[in-house]
Design a binder for this molecule. Structure first.
Ligand code: NAP
Length: 295
């Protein structure tokens, strides 16, 4: 089974060490470093974990890292004021407002107000459009870009292959499809969602399956053909009293029944998760190079 695993953690570490080398050499040349600002509204435990690990990684790479924590009852105006300040801060090249915000916040409006050149999450419509049209100066959203990088670095052939994406969210499913049909990637893509008539039939026709459903262990062995490459984006907490924390993490794919049939498969945890942070760091470096016109 070992040889079938796409070890995202190891690939993410490789990317991080490539970034570290580039950041050090750019710092030597210019005396400047990339700056990343992460804004957290409220105290949601999962969001806090994500924000802290982004901050820790940015620090470890020598980035200028800023974490802004706003109270759970922060107003839309207060969040917009922070975004505006960061847009105008020359030491900040990347801005991220952690999702999901509390219900009084209009997330779409916040995203629209982030300077697209600093939108390292790749959620601003301007970046969505640039990535969709294949233009070089957009920012691909970190999770789907991480999935594509996993396929590339695992030497999975994508050209002419049939990729079936399960999920059509704006942060994973749709941008994943947009990346898989780009020239150079060249997959033929099917996007499935909750109204897809026969999900198993669609997935069984896939060479590559990318699961982003948000339902624990939803895709089972009977839905997958022999030799399929399986990328599991899902991160779900399932109650498990045998674990010290009282839960375990699992993906959207039922690993035990799918792995025996898969050619390659990502584990959860240790698959797509670490790649998301690595690609965020990569986008921040990209934003730095574009804004400072170096590299
Ligand atoms: P989401 O916004 O909830 O979207 C889920 C998608 O799955 C929707 O398009 C939904 O279809 C579809 N779906 C739901 N039930 C289905 C069914 N029975 N059959 C087929 N499709 C179904 O979720 P998301 O934000 O894309 O996240 C998906 C998963 O990825 C979650 O587990 C999340 O935690 C994880 N995630 C991981 C990372 C990472 O860094 N690894 C990053 C982001 C997300 P409809 O559109 O029809 O409702």
């Amino acid at each position: 089974m070992e040889e079938k695993l796409i070890r995202g953690k190891i690939i993410a570490d490789e990317i991080i060490s490539e970034l570290r080398e580039e950041v050090n050499s750019l710092k030597e040349k210019s005396g400047k470093v990339p700056g990343l600002a992460v804004v957290l509204i409220g105290e949601d435990p999962a969001s806090k974990v994500y924000v802290n690990s982004k901050e820790k990684m940015a620090n470890s790479l020598g980035y200028h890292s800023v974490k802004i924590v706003l109270p759970i009852d922060a107003t839309q105006e207060a969040v917009l004021a922070v975004v505006d300040e960061l847009n105008n801060d020359p030491a900040i090249h990347g801005i991220l407002v952690q999702s999901p915000p509390p219900p009084q916040i209009d997330e779409e409006q916040i995203i629209l107000n982030i300077n697209p050149k600093k939108d390292v999450d790749g959620f601003h419509p301007s970046n969505v459009g640039l990535v969709f049209t294949g233009a070089k100066d957009g920012f691909p959203p970190c999770t789907p870009w991480g999935c594509l990088e996993l396929l590339k670095r695992s030497k999975v052939e994508t050209k002419g292959k049939h990729a079936v994406i399960v999920g059509r969210s704006n942060i994973v499913g749709k941008p994943m499809a947009s990346l898989m049909i780009q020239k150079g990637v060249d997959s033929t893509v099917t996007i499935c969602h909750s109204r897809t008539a026969d999900l198993g039939a669609e997935i069984r026709r896939a060479d590559i399956v990318i699961a982003a459903v948000g339902i624990p262990e939803f895709i089972t062995g009977d839905m997958v053909s022999e030799g399929t490459v399986v990328i599991d984006v899902g991160i779900n907490r399932v109650d498990d009293e045998s674990r010290p924390r009282g839960y375990r993490l699992c993906g959207d794919v039922d690993f035990d029944s799918v792995a025996p049939k898969a050619a390659l498969i990502t584990p959860v945890p240790g698959g797509v998760g670490p790649m998301t942070i690595a690609m965020l760091m990569s986008n921040t470096l990209l934003a730095f190079k574009r804004i400072e016109n170096i590299g």
